[in-house]
Design a protein around this ligand. Sequence first.
Ligand code: UT7
Length: 336
Amino acid sequence: MFNSRIIGMGHYVPDNIVTNDDLSKIMDTSDAWIQERTGVKERRWAEPNTGNTTSTMGLKAAKIAIKNSGLKKEEIDFIIFATLSPDYFFPGPGVMIQNMLGMDTVGALDVRAQCSGFIYGISVADQFIKTGMYKNILVIGSEYHSCAIDKTTRGRTISVIFGDGAGAAVLSRETNNKKGILSTHLHSEGEYAKELSLLAPGFGTRWVNDIVKDNDPDDESYFPYMNGRLVFKNAVVRFEEVINEGLIKNKLNKEDIDLLVPHQANLRISQFIQRKLSLSDDKVYNNIMRYGNTTAASIPIALTEAYNEGKVKSGDLIVLAAFGAGFTWGSAIIRW
Ligand code: UT7
């Protein structure tokens, strides 16, 4: 059995910065409310007709990750793409990456685990690499939320939180079994599927604007719905639980954590977990202030930034953890 290790990362966010004050001009909200309840100061919302979609943003992040890995695209054996906002209902964006990168006919798998999508993705990649089936796998998390949220006061609970962006990582075979991904832990609880969901049947994000135009303006079913308080309450419990599950599995303690990179759901959630684990500020990486919640893209964007800032060093114990729609949640324990 082999281990897998992240050997290259990259991220891309659209140029268009939308501040809280910008939002307060189009809906009944305020910078003070958003910062106090979520920690978000600004987010990126891709402007229409700039060519940014979930797959094209994923492509930009993937190209940087491949370059940083030192591999040629021909050496990538498999693609995993995590998103809740695919360009189309089907096919998923994984095959678009295969085509846009001009890769050989490698397999492409789409992961639909929302905020936990990147952790599910690297877990799947890890299993393929462990067994020796594949050597190098590209894992992407990307979201184009801004084209499919209700930007009026009616949708403010959701629209102030979410942002667009993409992150990617190349995982590769590691022969030292004390390095790389030590374990991953995945969970779900479909009983809560409706609590954070978009249940309108059969469309991808590209179609939402047309659907909105042609539909009853009072029909909210084509926008995401979130029972914020219930999601929050479950998130804080599951985050802590799944991080501890990973630590116990590897006979590690919370004191061993060098850096926790939580899914950027809400700064208050990150701070709650930080307190529960008694971690100092330098041991938890947050960037929700700048990007909002980018769902499947949030961990790879944050991990790439943390790495670029020198906060992820060889030998460090890095913990990734996520919770979100499904509900799904998961963690990854990594010896860098
Ligand atoms: O990444 C996937 C997982 N997602 C999450 O983890 C999100 C978890 N949930 C949350 O982060 C929080 O529940 C929210 C940030 C979504 C909401 O914060 P909250 O403290 O739970 O607020 P609330 O929904 O209980 O609303 C409190 C008040 C309400 O007004 P009343 O009824 O007290 O008069 C809302 O109508 O705040 C109002 N409100 C807003 N006011 C200004 C809700 N959204 C806004 C807004 N601006 N954007």
